[in-house]
Write a protein that binds this ligand. Structure first.
Ligand SMILES: [Zn+2]
Ligand SMILES: [Zn+2]
Length: 104
């Protein structure tokens, strides 16, 4: 009784992996002049340094790819719009929330 079982190893590993790689890495970066390919890190072109984070435009693109928008009622992959006027390179806040819930 009361023997310590220990936490399952795979869960720990998965958590650590998740914390490191943002799922937005699965899409190419649309940011000028980065254009990192899918599964590659974002790069600061001026000095060639690999960024720790991703360009916000890439995260927006990923959110657009995975989530519907509750605000303007579009399907995944369709850009957000305000009464037909497209939101250039960004998405509605509610879609960002939606994508976060997919992640969780
Ligand atoms: Zn980038
Ligand atoms: Zn929207």
């Amino acid at each position: 009784m009361g023997h310590h079982q220990g936490a399952p190893m795979p869960a720990t590993l998965r958590h650590a992996f998740r914390a490191r790689a943002h799922p937005a890495r699965s899409v190419p970066c649309p940011h000028e002049p980065c254009h990192a390919r899918a599964h590659q890190a974002c790069i600061v072109r001026v000095n060639g340094r690999v960024m720790k984070d991703l360009h916000p435009a890439r995260i927006n693109l990923w959110e657009r790819t995975v989530a519907c928008c509750p605000e303007c009622q579009v399907q995944p992959d369709i850009p957000c719009h305000n009464d037909g006027a497209p939101l250039a390179g960004t998405v509605h806040d509610r879609r960002i929330q939606e994508a976060k819930e997919i992640l969780a």
